[in-house]
Design a protein around this ligand. Structure first.
Ligand code: G
Ligand code: G
Ligand code: MN
Length: 403
């Protein structure tokens, strides 16, 4: 709930005076009364410039004669606009989505997009998301230095969490994915997005991967001892595949730990373009010949794409979560999902749907015949020590999901 709706300064832009009146009326009905309306972007911009303290929120029509909504957004960015935006348009979903992406890329808080004619309930729902500019700002991430990360690796501050992958039809736990975290002395548990790119830039990714892999192998061996049959997956950066000794390192580490190569999966994401494909191809081919399980991660994003599938004999394809979560209700997302699933199946790969976040996602994935699923709905990544407990409790939940 918003405390003081009347204090929020709203600008409504639409080239049709009737629509302007209607939207102002709807906003007033919802309790938003500090509303200014203009029927063209130039006047809107003049108002923003003159009003002494710009709008907190702008309801923006995309198609307007002369200056359109997209150009207006650029002018807002030039003015360091700090408020939020709602896009309103008669365009179809995909055009709205494209505009939505642009606004996000400009880092303007986007409360949502609504198709015309605007239903009151949709407007109310979007307006409910409004937050003051300070609260809407993303948490300021702390930037770490290469030296700090190097010390963290040396001091053994990196730990693996594990997220289960389960068979959708049977509920069986097929394996786990190791996801590294930094147990930071003062900042708490730091997620990999905040230090993997740094590790790649600072030449630390090999050291990091060695630590994560060694840890994962030790945990895999312990689980096997305890009678748990799990394939353990580890994430590999493209930079790991630059040095041809990597395949030998992986094979030796697995042998030392007493873990069979079939029980280890290597998840590869091509986050940046590889200029020289020879080393990665050599390493992946050798690992495949040694029967390590190769997985293409985040499929459909970045460079994890079709030509990769053609060149590399992956055993597993992980459909990126942006093509999974919400696919049941969104036709565009669903098209990406089905295409990825079909490709994986045609090529005889195991397919994993990532980002299964709720019951609707789960039911959808199950109905499509995808073999494996992973996501918050099943389990969040957890410390190694919690896995056995989770596995013991899971079947009861899985049974209920079959209903
Ligand atoms: O753990 P999260 O759940 O936040 O992971 C974010 C990203 O970090 C994912 O893309 C994942 O693949 C990557 N990641 C996690 N652990 C490792 C790792 O050990 N090595 C590499 N290269 N990437 C990792
Ligand atoms: O790139 P990779 O697939 O390795 O990334 C795994 C990342 O996805 C980790 O950051 C993990 O915490 C995150 N993740 C796992 N399950 C879900 C989920 O259901 N929803 C979302 N949003 N993220 C998830
Ligand atoms: Mn992964």
């Amino acid at each position: 709930m918003i405390a003081d709706k009347a204090a929020i300064r709203i600008l409504v832009l639409d080239d049709e005076p009737f629509v302007l009146k209607l939207h102002m009326h709807m906003l007033a009905g919802l309790g938003f009364t500090s509303v200014t309306a203009h029927d063209n972007a130039a006047d809107g911009l003049a108002w923003v410039d003159a009003a002494g303290g710009p709008a907190d929120l702008i309801l923006l029509d995309l198609r307007m004669p002369r200056m359109d909504g997209i150009e207006f957004v650029r002018k807002l960015v030039e003015r360091c606009y700090a408020g939020s935006l709602v896009l309103i348009s008669g365009e179809d979903e995909r055009v709205l989505r494209m505009a939505n992406r642009l606004v996000q890329a400009h880092r303007i808080p986007m409360l949502g997009h609504i198709r015309k004619p605007v239903p009151l309930a949709a407007l109310a729902q979007v307006m409910d998301r409004w937050k003051p500019a300070s609260a809407a700002q993303p948490r300021n991430r702390k930037a770490y230095s290469g030296g700090e990360l190097r010390d963290a690796i040396a001091r053994d501050e990196l730990v693996n969490h594990y997220q289960p992958k389960v068979n959708v039809a049977t509920g069986a736990v097929a394996g786990v994915e190791a996801l590294v975290r930094w147990r930071h002395a003062t900042d708490g548990l730091v997620l990999p997005d905040e230090f993997i790119p740094l590790a790649e830039d600072e030449g630390l990714i090999d050291a990091l991967t060695r630590v994560a892999l060694t840890r994962a192998l030790a945990d895999a061996a312990a689980w096997k001892q305890a009678g748990l049959q799990l394939r353990v997956a580890i994430n590999i950066s493209m930079d790991n595949l630059a040095s041809v000794t990597f395949a030998d390192f992986v094979a030796a580490a697995a042998a030392d730990a007493g873990v069979a190569s079939q029980d280890i999966a290597l998840e590869v994401t091509e986050s940046r373009l590889m200029l020289d494909a020879r080393a990665p191809l050599e390493i992946l081919t050798r690992l495949r010949l040694k029967r390590f399980h190769l997985s293409i991660d985040d499929f459909g994003t970045g460079h994890s794409s079709l030509s990769q599938l053609q060149d590399i004999a992956f055993d597993e394809l992980k459909i990126d979560r942006s093509f999974v979560h919400g696919a049941w209700r969104d036709a565009t997302v669903r098209a990406m999902y089905y295409t990825s699933l079909g490709l994986g199946m045609h090529l005889g790969m195991q397919v994993v749907a990532e980002g299964v976040e709720d019951r609707d996602d789960w039911d959808f994935v199950r109905d499509t015949g995808c073999e494996l699923a992973q996501g918050y709905f099943i389990a969040r990544p957890m410390p190694a020590a919690e896995l056995a407990g989770w596995i013991a409790a899971w079947p009861e939940q899985a049974v209920r999901l079959r209903a």
